[in-house]
Design a binder for this molecule. Structure first.
Ligand code: FES
Ligand code: FES
Length: 207
């Protein structure tokens, strides 16, 4: 198999090796060269040079505070928030982008933090559930979820609330059908959907 390069001149072999994915590299027939050989495979001028597999330093702005981290390139944004920054309000459900429990805002847009690598968010603004309240004053969406009992066990609730904040920022319709559609990426295993919709509509009326 040839060691092709993409438009940026990134060596495919070098990327797989530095991404710390030996199983993928093996499956691709790249082989798992010892570190010295792997280093030798790195092309001069490769833009990914120094990007792992060892920890790399990145800076994120999380809930308004600049946070510097040293993390392995393979670490998801979700794991960086929970395990490196101890922001455990953001939950891990499926870990594969189907439940929405891990929803955070990145530069104001909602995303599943389990599906993106932390190192891809250098200098991005991250908002988690911990960043919504203003001191002791709940965010209107948090207050609305409380008033309308928009939860039962509460595991999905941080993701639901952050996603709902993102939804209102998108200036979309908030009729029942629209809210259900635009919140369809956030699963509630307790089935609190009617109350979640009511909470979102109540918050929409206040913001
Ligand atoms: Fe990210 Fe389920 S944990 S979508
Ligand atoms: Fe239990 Fe939603 S409140 S999963």
């Amino acid at each position: 198999m040839s060691d092709s390069h993409d438009r940026r001149g990134v060596s495919r072999k070098g990327f797989l090796v530095r991404a710390g994915v030996p199983s993928i590299a093996a499956a691709a027939g790249v082989g798992t060269a010892p570190p010295s050989e792997a280093a030798a495979a790195v092309d001069a001028g490769d833009p990914l040079q120094g990007a792992g597999p060892h920890p790399v330093r990145i800076a994120l702005t999380v809930n308004g505070t600049r946070r510097e981290l040293s993390i392995e390139p393979r670490v998801t944004l979700l794991d960086a928030l929970r395990e490196s920054l101890q922001l455990t309000g953001t939950k891990k459900g499926c870990g594969q982008g189907t439940c929405g429990a891990c929803t955070v805002l990145v530069n104001g847009r909602r995303i599943d933090s389990c599906l993106t690598l932390a190192m891809m968010h250098q200098d991005d603004r991250i908002t988690t559930i911990e960043g919504l309240a203003n001191g002791d004053e709940l965010h209107p969406m948090q207050a609305a979820f409380l008033e309308h009992d928009g939860f039962q066990c509460g595991y999905c609730t941080p993701g639901q609330i952050v996603s709902a904040v993102g939804l209102l920022a998108e200036k979309r319709s908030t009729d029942d059908k629209s809210v259900r559609e635009y919140m369809s990426g956030n699963i509630c295993r307790c089935g609190a959907y009617p109350n979640i919709v009511a909470a979102i509509q109540a918050a929409a009326g206040r913001t």
